[in-house]
Design a protein around this ligand. Structure first.
Ligand code: HEM
Length: 408
């Protein structure tokens, strides 16, 4: 009882401290994540934090969707990462406002629509099954490295962007450095912008190569050939920044959601049985996993004018941390926010909202559904082995870094 009391008091101390000054890098934000989110969305929907250059934390579903809807008052062009670290090249079209942004989305959207995504479903299933074949050979696996990360990378690299197999090892290690940083001798992780630079360089070189060969009608051809008629021609640099964003955007988002879902199902075996017996429930499960388990904690915006949000007076030039993960748990929108397969409506903001709503949402939904469909069909059960430890990290992303599993 005494131990529990100590934990409760540590928890409330941490929650109160983070309410006054939300710091995404504070270790307590990771430890007491759900409590901090519940507290902010319930008690303090708009609060100011002085960390870095300072930012307004916007947590309530209604305020989050209102900010995201109004791209003129809340720009993405100054950065969509809060206190953006130096050394990451611009991610386009995320860090761009209309009308230029609109032209890019008009070009890209048809390559990610439901019909295009349905065309590659068979290929995606084959990738999932190839990886499951390898996993079934060993009794114990590390799910992120053995399945989730290569699955997400293969889908985007092979089925969508058509990178040559020979490029994959070096590109894969650059991506990994960008997404997960480097691990120091003492085991701590450090952000490493070099991973982003290398992927950017790869995108530049790949576009130059593709320019020289006959087109195959994929999204890369469309990027190579794209130009706009608004006075400022599209440069090769702009094209490379779009391709480099397409490489990164669907990787840890898909793999961490999948790993978190598989971990959740290892503890909720009745839901696992339900999904195995009735695969028509998978799309609803995917929506719930996206809502609560996807790694996008918050994204940044800057106010372009003095404006009030949720009663707070925000000044032109102020930075905002738009707290998608808190909005996805807002009881005003979702009632009891815990995972429920019968949830309807389910208007989550896992893919964002407004003009920057995720380009890859149909692709992500399909890949998550197919992976879970094949895993539930082919693997009788999975458990985290005794002593096995899930390694995860939380800041502006909540990533699952490794997940040991015993397959049965
Ligand atoms: C579970 C998987 C995924 C999640 C949770 C996710 C989430 C998001 C979110 C929240 C945004 C909006 C960011 C903002 O408001 O600033 C976004 C944008 C974007 N996503 Fe995804 N994403 C996923 C998968 C993918 C995939 C597979 C792709 C494939 C290319 C992709 C490409 C993009 C792009 C290009 C944008 C920028 C759109 C724009 O600015 O117009 N995403 N995503």
């Amino acid at each position: 009882l005494k131990g529990r009391q100590v934990q409760v008091s540590q928890e409330s101390e941490a929650v109160e401290r983070l309410r006054g000054k939300l710091d995404f890098d504070d270790p307590d934000f990771h430890t007491f994540y759900e409590d901090v989110l519940t507290d902010l969305v319930g008690q303090c929907p708009v609060t100011h934090s002085s960390v870095g250059e300072g930012y307004w934390v916007v947590s309530k579903y209604e305020d989050v969707t209102r900010v995201l809807r109004d791209w003129e008052s809340f720009t993405s062009a100054r950065g969509f990462i809060v206190n953006r670290p130096p050394g990451i090249d611009a991610m386009l079209p995320i860090e761009m406002d209309p009308p230029r942004h609109r032209s890019w989305r008009a070009l890209l959207n048809p390559y990610f629509n439901p019909a295009r995504v349905a065309d590659i479903e068979g290929e995606v299933r084959a990738i999932a099954n190839g990886l499951i074949d390898n996993c079934l050979g060993s009794g114990e696996i590390e799910f992120v490295g053995d399945f989730a990360a290569p699955f997400a990378a293969d889908v985007i690299s092979r089925c969508v962007l058509h990178f040559p197999d020979a490029d994959m090892p070096s590109l894969g290690s650059a991506i990994k450095r960008g997404l997960y940083g480097v691990v120091n001798d003492d085991g701590s992780r450090e952000f490493d912008p070099a991973g982003f630079t290398e992927v950017h360089q790869y995108a530049t070189a790949y576009l130059a190569t593709r320019k020289r060969v006959p087109g195959s009608g994929d999204v890369v051809d469309a990027i190579v050939e794209f130009d706009v008629d608004d006075g400022e021609p599209v440069s090769d640099e702009e094209r490379a920044l779009v391709l480099y964003t397409l490489i990164f955007a669907g990787l840890d988002t898909t793999s961490s959601t999948l790993a978190a879902a598989v971990s959740y199902l290892s503890e909720n075996t009745s839901m696992l049985e339900m999904l195995r017996d009735d695969s028509s429930m998978l799309p609803a499960a995917v929506e719930e996993f996206l809502r609560l388990l996807n790694p996008g904690v918050c994204f940044g915006r800057y106010a372009t004018q003095d404006i009030s949000v949720g009663g707070a007076d925000i000044r032109a030039g102020d930075q905002l941390a738009v707290f998608y993960a808190a909005a996805n748990r807002d009881p005003r929108e979702f009632g009891d926010p815990s995972i429920r397969l019968g949830r309807s409506p389910n208007r989550h903001v896992a893919f964002g909202y407004g003009v920057h709503r995720c380009l890859g949402s149909h692709l992500a939904r399909m890949t998550l559904r197919v992976a879970l469909e094949q895993l539930t069909r082919r693997v009788e059960h999975w458990t985290v082995p005794a002593g096995g430890c899930i390694d995860s990290a939380t800041n502006q992303r909540r990533q699952i870094l490794s997940l040991p599993l015993r397959l049965g």
